[in-house]
Design a protein around this ligand. Structure first.
Ligand code: DMJ
Length: 466
């Protein structure tokens, strides 16, 4: 929690004292003038390439680049690099036409990527990042080794699902032995598998992967409260909830909702649509909080609906895109507008804030991609409305102003400090998501089908590469 002084400093505003109470007016930031789309696209590509060269030079084969210190770190297990940035970037390199970089990346995976790791890995992150990355890379290049690696990885992950008495996956699995651990799992981690496992099933003609993913999603749905709300944490062995708060479309539940609709989009499964419709109606009835045209979600007790708090995570910005894809355009725009108001006020989105008074609860900024994700989804579903380009351009410019460093881009530890205090990490998802969303918004890439496409929660293009 940040102090009041830091919060006020973060507003960058002017104070007026009335009867002892300070009223603060946020300095409004003029909207940046937007250059022609092709110029922005070229800039995004060249910024991506600048960061990629730093990754090649300083961290090649390791999971993530630390651009300030010039080092690297592993995301899953110390001592077991899986080239996460490489796997995450494959389809981004493809749509940007960075073919030499893509070839070198595929070669690294063919010759260096070792999946027989005798250590527990986090199932959810492995699915959305590594499995999704290998699948998107295969779809981009038609390389058979990438598909074989994807299948090998899924097979090593399967015990997390098949040994669970409820079908909900354990949080960790040892990729070498199949030993599972940590039955207390988050809803998003239990139920964000449908897209990757379903596409794999389709590509290899084996429906086991899609089946376990659907079973996990169903097991969560069956445990909804009578208000059609979910808790956040569940024991996958007993099926019992371990908490009672519904956070709505925020972590650690967020992408569970997303994948119900996505699963329907991808596979035409009517069950998934029905589950999405029921649960989204529950959210709108009990948690939706519209304030001055902005759409927020209050957190509530999931059985009684009693309000708990008004905290929002910046990751929830993705939900605007999901609502738009599901045809809830008005609510989608209200959610995007809500997050834009925070961006306007602070220059970047803080990790967590309280929307009732806009105070910051976590002043970090982890280069989150969710707002840009929604801009692209709404750009596509609106048939190319310029509004979403303008919204995304504001964020792109802010990212360049505050997060750009000689070795690429870094996270921020505190956006309320002046100057903002820098962290030391380029998250692998920045290569998979942020830069891909910005590029596709402005590039009119011939390698991407703007009409028929699907991007996963991790930005992997699983439909629509050409
Ligand atoms: C990414 O790994 C994905 O977008 C995921 O769905 C949740 N969050 C991170 C980035 O914020």
């Amino acid at each position: 929690m940040i102090t009041r002084r830091r919060f006020l400093a973060g507003l960058g505003g002017a104070a007026l004292t009335l009867g002892g109470a300070a009223l603060w007016f946020a300095r409004s930031r003029p909207a940046p003038v937007m250059p022609p789309a092709d110029q922005i696209a070229a800039d995004v590509r060249s910024e991506l390439l600048r960061a990629w060269r730093a990754y090649e030079r300083l961290a090649w084969g390791h999971d993530e680049l630390k651009p300030l210190s010039g080092g690297h770190q592993e995301f899953f297990n110390r001592g077991h690099p899986v080239g996460l940035t490489i796997a995450e970037a494959l389809d981004t390199l493809y749509v940007m036409g960075l073919d030499a970089e893509l070839d070198a990346s595929v070669r690294w995976i063919e010759t260096q990527l070792e999946l027989d790791i005798d250590a527990p890995v986090q199932v959810f992150e492995t699915v959305i990042r590594m499995l999704g990355g290998l699948l998107a890379g295969h779809l981009a290049t038609q390389n058979r080794t990438l598909l074989a690696k994807a299948r090998e990885l899924a097979d090593r992950l399967l015990p997390a699902f098949t040994t669970s008495p409820t079908g909900m996956p354990y949080r960790f699995v040892n990729l070498h032995s199949g030993a599972v651990s940590t039955p207390a799992n988050y809803v998003a981690e239990v139920g964000t598998n449908l897209a990757e496992f379903g596409i794999l099933s389709r590509l290899v003609g084996d429906d086991r992967y899609l089946k376990v993913a659907k079973q996990a999603a169903r097991a969560v749905y069956d445990r909804r409260s009578t208000l059609d709300l979910l808790g956040t944490t569940i024991d996958v062995e007993t099926g019992g909830w371990l908490d009672a708060g519904s956070v709505g479309p925020q972590p650690p539940v967020d992408s569970y909702y997303e994948y119900l609709y996505d699963g329907y989009r991808l596979f035409g499964d009517a069950d998934l649509l029905a589950w999405f419709t029921t649960l989204t109606a529950g959210l709108q009835r009990r948690q939706w909080d519209e304030v001055a045209g902005r759409g927020w979600y209050r957190q509530v007790q999931f059985q009684s609906g009693t309000q708990l708090n008004t905290y929002e995570s910046s990751l929830a910005a993705f939900w605007a895109g999901s609502l738009g894809e599901a045809g809830m355009r008005k609510e989608a725009d209200q959610v995007l507008e809500a997050f834009r108001s925070v961006l306007d006020r602070y220059g970047l989105l803080p990790e967590q804030f309280d929307y009732s008074d806009m105070s910051i609860r976590d002043p970090g900024h982890q280069l989150r991609p969710e707002y840009a994700d929604s801009c692209l989804a709404l750009f596509i579903t609106s048939g190319g409305s310029d509004l979403y380009r303008r919204r995304a351009y504001q964020l792109y410019q802010a990212m360049k102003s505050y997060c750009r460093v000689p070795n690429g881009y870094t996270i921020i530890d505190d956006i309320t400090a002046r100057p903002m205090s820098l962290g030391d990490l380029t998250p692998a998802y920045w290569f998979a998501e942020n830069m891909k969303y910005f590029y596709l918004l402005f590039a009119e890439s011939p390698r991407f089908d703007y009409k028929h496409n699907y991007l996963s929660t991790e930005g992997k293009i699983l439909v629509g590469l050409r």
